[in-house]
Design a protein around this ligand. Structure first.
Ligand SMILES: [Zn+2]
Length: 301
């Protein structure tokens, strides 16, 4: 199997998986892993079997199916993700009350992805381009590496760039993730992270916290060149809360009716485009729906 992977680099996915083999590490001890054996197992000399390899995916941790489907909203989202695949992010961007500023493509274009490894941590079913590594807890078709994002299966200083969009609100200890991002980034490597501020609870499969612009700076305090900007504007912040409020108010205490009403309130979602203007207001951060932070790992001293 290893020979097949090494010689046949016809698809972009195969060539990216080959590049990943060179930077893969044990998610527990960060030591080297053995990919030379013919079996599908990925072994660490210290920790034993730490993952498995299929022709399309490197599996070194991640969510169990029951974790991904543990409540009503999650089951709905998981079914939609599996059924819609790459259309899921597109459908969400259309229906959701959030209009995210389009900063990710420009960030990715600032790397030479033919030589520099850039990973999307918590990609879900989204793919930005063939040469961006999709890492997620769920084993969706597009995902190259399944992992627990707090225990990345990559060697120290092996990646040039990290994108993480709407992920860190879903983890119990975001600082652990940022520390892990900085471990696997090369000195001078850059991270672009998007975290919500004014948004309703949305488990995927969990939802723990929100960040202000100041909180974002504190979270990335060990970085250089920290730039925080509004990622989704005040109308989006207001709209999500309004939609939830309308569904709560008109469901008269019935959870079933509330669940039916929420999708109907999405008819208001196009109002989010008012943020094309409001996002530039100097006080937009007061009730912004979300923030971007772009930061650089300090160069080696
Ligand atoms: Zn190990």
């Amino acid at each position: 199997m290893s020979n097949t992977l090494a010689t046949r680099t016809s698809t972009p996915r195969e060539s990216l998986l080959n590049r990943l083999n060179a930077v893969l590490a044990c998610p527990q001890c960060h030591g080297p892993v053995d990919l030379s054996n013919e079996s599908a197992e990925i072994r660490c000399a210290h920790c034993g079997v730490v993952g498995e390899r299929t022709s399309a995916q490197l599996r070194l941790g991640g969510f169990t199916t029951s974790e991904l489907r543990q409540d009503f909203l999650n089951r709905l989202k998981e079914t939609a993700k599996r059924k819609l695949g790459t259309f899921y992010p597109w459908a969400i961007s259309l229906l959701a009350p959030v209009h995210m500023r389009n900063l990710v493509p420009k960030f990715i274009q600032s790397f030479d992805t033919s030589t520099e490894l850039v990973a999307d941590m918590g990609s879900g079913t989204n793919t930005y381009q063939d040469r961006v590594v999709c890492v997620d807890g769920g084993n969706y078709e597009n995902v190259h590496v399944t992992a627990d994002l707090a225990q990345l299966p990559f060697q120290d200083e092996s990646l040039s760039g990290i994108v993480s969009i709407a992920v860190l609100e879903h983890v119990p200890n975001p600082a652990d993730h940022v520390r892990e991002f900085l471990r696997v980034l090369k000195p001078g490597g850059r991270v672009l992270c998007y975290i919500p501020f004014m948004q309703g609870y949305h488990a995927s499969p969990h939802d723990y916290q929100r960040y202000t612009s100041q909180g974002m700076r504190k979270l990335f305090k060990d970085c250089d060149d920290i730039q925080v900007s509004v990622g989704a504007g005040p109308t989006c912040g207001f709209l999500w809360i309004l939609q939830e409020w309308l569904a709560l108010f008109f469901s008269f205490g019935s959870l079933r009716l509330y669940r039916l009403l929420v999708p109907l309130t999405w008819i208001l979602s196009p109002l989010k485009y008012l943020d094309l203007l409001l996002v530039h207001h100097p006080a937009a951060d007061v009730i912004a729906s979300a923030f971007f932070v772009e930061a650089r790992k300090p160069a080696r001293r």
